[in-house]
Design a protein around this ligand. Structure first.
Ligand SMILES: NC(=O)c1ccc[n+]([C@@H]2O[C@H](COP(=O)([O-])OP(=O)(O)OC[C@H]3O[C@@H](n4cnc5c(N)ncnc54)[C@H](O)[C@@H]3O)[C@@H](O)[C@H]2O)c1
Length: 246
């Protein structure tokens, strides 16, 4: 498994769930991975997969520069970035406080903006790089009472397309990866509030089961690898055919 051999990749939200699935798949394919998470358990998770851990709140002032510095010191460069960390909360517009709006936008949209801004100059100097922004099928298909979440994710898709067009000619590829329902702590916490919701969401796709972090990790490898140099500004949906059905 050598599709990412020689690459240095930063993955945010890598202590568990989809981020850990992505970090693990990147390691398996030969990449060096800086696994970033606010949760110190990233140390043990990273150790398990042979990644380099960095405990960091990605929204903190100067966090992106700190990660860039760490990657430059440990790996000597940065080839790729995966903006994965995110949050979802239950709220319609009337239930969305200014704080919830701000906190969601800060983690789901502003942090990816700042982290892309921090790595792009290094990628450009090296002649290119790939960015994967983990979005959601909810960027286009709205679930009720996910007001700030769906707006943050559709913004992330637009940001991705803007970066792809602004920097495509200079070797940068920027794509979104949009999972359907994947069994992670985020999914469990959300569905635990509504009896039957987990089974209902599972029934909406045509795989007959939930997705796994490993499957999302494999899709991220596809987007990051040099096998796909013409794939840019794309939104790769990995949802067991849920969103194509009526
Ligand atoms: N699970 C799903 O069904 C699903 C579906 C569609 C999209 N997504 C997206 O996938 C991504 C990952 O989701 P998940 O289900 O693995 O979530 P999760 O909550 O299980 O894991 C998220 C990780 O991000 C970390 N994190 C949160 N805030 C952080 C911060 N400020 N700084 C650093 N790290 C931080 C958490 O500690 C955690 O390790 C999110 O962007 C989410 O929107 C998930």
């Amino acid at each position: 498994m050598t599709r990412l051999t020689g690459k240095s990749i930063i993955v945010t939200g890598a202590a568990r769930g989809i981020g850990l699935g992505i970090a693990s798949a990147c390691r398996r394919e030969g990449a060096r991975v800086l696994a970033v998470d606010i949760d110190p358990s990233v140390d043990t998770a990273a150790e398990r997969i042979g990644a380099t851990p960095l405990t960091l709140d990605i929204c903190a002032d100067g966090a992106a520069s700190q990660a860039v510095l760490a990657a430059m010191q440990v790996f000597g460069g940065i080839d790729d970035l995966v903006n994965n960390a995110g949050r979802v909360d239950e709220a319609d517009i009337l239930e969305t406080s200014a704080k919830l709006w701000h906190d969601t936008m800060r983690l789901n949209l502003e942090a990816p903006f700042l982290w892309c801004q921090a790595v792009l100059p290094i990628m450009l100097e090296r002649g290119g790089g790939a960015i994967v922004n983990v979005s959601s099928i909810e960027a286009s298909q709205v679930r009720p009472r996910h007001f700030p979440y769906v707006i943050s994710k559709s913004g992330l898709n637009s940001m991705t397309r803007a970066i792809a067009t602004d920097f495509g000619r200079r070797g940068i590829r920027c794509n979104t990866l949009s999972p359907g329902s994947v069994r992670t702590e985020m999914f469990e916490t959300y569905t635990a509030q509504y009896p039957g919701l987990a089974a209902h969401l599972e029934s909406l796709n045509y795989a007959g089961r939930l997705g796994t972090p490993e499957e999302i990790g494999n899709a991220a490898v596809f987007l990051l690898s040099d096998d796909t140099p013409f794939l840019n500004g794309h939104d790769l949906t990995v949802d067991g055919a849920r969103t194509i059905a009526t």
